[in-house]
Design a protein around this ligand. Structure first.
Ligand SMILES: Nc1ncnc2c1ncn2[C@@H]1O[C@H](COP(=O)(O)OP(=O)(O)O)[C@@H](O)[C@H]1O
Ligand SMILES: [Mg+2]
Length: 236
């Protein structure tokens, strides 16, 4: 399997008045293409900070990030954000005065990736795949349920034709049944469409459905299963 995203020696701290608080501490990790990852961690452990860096919305104080073995330097950051990664947020972050269809079209206009010409038709089809039928696709997004809005947000992220989807607590506002629906979509994207999905979550149920569970702790990422094995080994 090939590596899609590499984090190498990433450090990040916030300055709080006089003191410096290190959130990410020489963190390294390689994400393989086509897998569904979940990142777990206590509240305040730095998950959102890490995801902002991984999506190119923020830059680390030091360290390197690579997309498919190419370093994402300052010059490449814009291209990475526009053309390589789609982001899904807990609060959906849709444009509320637009319809689902318009939200997806805005996203399509924001990439340089090659997209089909009949964008309206493609956007409509994409939304339909996620259960947003045309009557719903043409209402204001605020008239949809939370689960529906999150499905629009996933369609919006995918509409740019990217291979990497990052999501920050995407089911944090949803009930258990709707959470399952959303996670099924993520699973399907990795299994049947070769996408790489990295989801930050509090939910153990969500993490159990992923291919690989990672724990963010003390500023570093740890493979949960390896960490568990080590713990077991140390007790026998
Ligand atoms: N802009 C900021 N300035 C100072 N401290 C921040 C800022 N953003 C987040 N923090 C702090 O950094 C830590 C990690 O935050 P965050 O990445 O949001 O954690 P998580 O998403 O895991 O809950 C928290 O203690 C938070 O208070
Ligand atoms: Mg957070």
């Amino acid at each position: 399997m090939s590596t899609i995203l590499t984090l190498k020696d990433i450090s990040y701290s916030y300055i709080d008045g006089q003191s410096k608080r290190t959130i990410l501490d020489h963190l390294s990790y390689e994400f393989e293409s086509g897998k569904f990852y979940t990142i777990l961690g206590h509240s305040g452990s730095g998950k959102t900070t890490l995801l902002s860096i991984m999506s190119g919305l923020d830059t680390p104080n030091s360290g390197t990030m690579m997309y498919e073995d190419k370093v994402i330097d300052q010059k490449a950051l814009h291209d990475f954000r526009r053309n390589k990664v789609g982001i899904v947020f807990q609060q959906y972050n849709l444009i509320n005065y637009l319809t689902p269809l318009e939200n997806v079209l805005v996203s399509m206009a924001e990439t340089d990736n090659k997209l089909p010409k009949d964008s309206k038709k493609v956007a409509g089809k994409l939304l339909e795949q996620f259960g947003i039928v045309s009557t719903k696709a043409n209402r204001l997004v605020t008239q949809l349920s939370g689960g529906e809005q999150q499905r629009v947000a996933i369609a919006r992220a995918l509409a740019k034709n990217v291979d990497l989807i990052l999501a920050d607590e995407p089911t944090g506002n949803l009930d258990t049944a709707t959470e399952r629906e959303i996670i099924k979509i993520f699973r399907d994207l990795t299994e049947n469409f070769g996408k790489t999905v990295i989801v930050v979550t509090h939910s153990v149920a969500v993490s159990q459905l992923s291919d690989s569970r990672i724990l963010l702790k003390d500023g570093k990422l740890h493979d949960v299963d390896e960490a568990l094995n080590r713990e077991i080994e140390s007790t026998i």
